[in-house]
Write a protein that binds this ligand. Sequence first.
Ligand code: PGA
Length: 249
Amino acid sequence: MRTKIVAGNWKMNKNLEETEALLSELSAKLPDTDAEVIVAPTFVNLVAAQRSLQGSVIQVAAQNMHFAENGAYTGEISADMLLHIDVDTVILGHSERRSHFGETDELLAKKVKAALEKDMTVIFCFGEELEERKSETHFSVVESQLKNALFDLDAQAWKNIVLAYEPVWAIGTGETASPEQAQEMHAFIRKTIAGAYNDSVADEVSILYGGSVKPANASDIFSKPDVDGGLIGGASLKSTDFVDIIKAI
Ligand code: PGA
């Protein structure tokens, strides 16, 4: 059975006080669920988040990390620094990192490798732009994103990978992929992984959908057989919405 996951990517939102307040609301309202629940606050609030969530099933992830162990990389954060504060999950390859900060597949391959070498779990994001969907190149774009960043890994490494398909045109736009579009792409992703590795790697990897998931559309999207949960941006910033999305899974 694949793990079901609902992860909240808080991006550059919530100061310390707001982080603690949101986490205490979430903890109070958290429904019973088999799904893993993850939140990714900003770097400066990770320690506080870990403290607020002591004894909770809610896990904490980072939104990014550098590939180097340490050194002269002003403004960056290493895997060891995250592990030192018990954060062992990291989101890599988010489209905002790719588009605003120039992160390429090649750089992401290094980051993924660095995280996996430290036994971290990687939530790897990828997805096509609107123009690519319009020109019907979305399948080949997604295939090359996966191939360039991940297909050098050995099959064993995939135990620590979670995929998050996030069509860029659906992120923060209010426009979601339809459940059918999500399923079609998730099935394609699984088939691509089966081709590069084998059926068991493909069957075991959790593939999340991200892009304007809200309480109103979550159940329909999560009901699709190849959708194993969601990476939630805007709606993870309100406890009631995030809890309703968790209930939907
Ligand atoms: P959104 O963001 O839910 O606000 O569209 C999703 C994401 O960027 O991961």
